[in-house]
Write a protein that binds this ligand. Structure first.
Ligand code: NAD
Length: 286
């Protein structure tokens, strides 16, 4: 039993990235630029964007937060994205989700040039990942993969991904398949999830259901990556963040598990910054 310290691993990887960015600056005279488009005043989105900007500044990525009023039209947003697509100084474009309901999210994500789609969410990048020839990999699944690789050989391992969202579950299943794991993808209509959990060496939990996975659901010495970030009120009436796995309940049975917070979250931000540098280099054939 072991806690996988995502915060520490991400801090180490961020230091490495900082050095790579420094060399890139010295050799090519380029500081990659990440644009984060934030629409409206969603409090959680505000915090996520702030954290991304702080980390980008720390490693030496130029970050720009483009704040837009919640009343911005789809047409205006498409024009803004088009301008960033054409701007040679912009390497990565991220549109913070969720968007207001009058805007078609898929249309906006697909309007980002695949070469600047730093989240890896648009249909071309998801298609390339599904075909096993990724250009850029979505940040949360990539962060999970990096954590898994510190614990287990993926080739031939059995992995259960719980959740089929376009930003976590589905791309995670493609990524694990590309790394030769045998993958099962579970979702809200899946029958006998507990039995499936018990059969797999690896569980990636991304359902958004607090503490759903208990000790009697997991195989002995399983590796668990808990993507869930759920706010609940604890016994002392305090608001706390918990994952989709009942961490203290399963801890003694598993080989390794990520905590929430301090597991996948910091790795997601690291991968966003790594992707920004990667896109900057790829676009210039470097
Ligand atoms: P989502 O709501 O879009 O998708 C949830 C998925 O879980 C759906 O595909 C649904 O079919 C499945 N699901 C729901 N109930 C289920 C059940 N009982 N059994 C099996 N599957 C079930 O959520 P998302 O955007 O994929 O995020 C999932 C969780 O991960 C959330 O808690 C979110 O906050 C968190 N998250 C964390 C990070 C991070 O960096 N740590 C990044 C993204 C999302």
């Amino acid at each position: 039993m072991k806690s996988i310290n995502g915060k520490k691993i991400a801090a180490y990887l961020n230091e490495e990235l900082k050095d790579k960015l420094k060399s890139f600056r010295i050799k090519e005279n380029i500081t990659p630029t990440l644009v984060v488009v934030l629409v409206g005043e969603n409090p959680a989105s505000n915090i996520y964007v702030k954290n991304k900007k702080i980390k980008a500044d720390e490693v030496g990525i130029n970050s720009v937060v483009k704040k837009l009023d919640s009343g911005v039209t789809e047409k205006q947003l498409l024009e803004i994205i088009d301008n960033y697509n054409k701007d040679n100084n912009v390497d990565g474009i991220l549109v913070q989700l969720p968007l207001p309901s009058h805007i078609n999210t898929e249309k906006i994500i697909d309007a980002i040039s695949y070469e600047k789609d730093v989240d890896g969410f648009n249909s071309k990048n998801i298609g390339l990942l599904a075909q096993g020839r990724p250009y850029v990999v979505p940040c949360t699944p990539l962060g999970c993969l990096k954590l898994l690789k510190t614990e287990i050989e993926l080739m031939g391992a059995s992995a259960l991904v719980i959740g089929r969202s376009n930003i976590v579950g589905r791309p995670m299943s493609y990524l694990l398949t590309n790394h030769h794991a045998t993958v099962t993808l579970a979702h809200s209509k899946t029958q006998n999830l507990k039995q499936l959990c018990k059969r797999n060496d690896i569980i990636i939990a991304a359902s958004g259901i607090p503490k759903m996975i208990k000790k009697d659901w997991v195989k002995d010495k399983a590796i668990i990556i808990d993507v869930g970030i759920n706010q609940i009120v604890d016994e002392d009436n305090k608001k706390v963040l918990v994952g989709d796995v009942d961490y203290s309940n399963v801890f003694s049975k598993v080989k390794a598990i990520t905590p929430v917070p301090g597991g996948v979250g910091p790795m997601t931000i690291h991968c966003l910054l790594e992707n920004t540098l990667k896109l900057s280099m790829l676009r210039r054939n470097l």
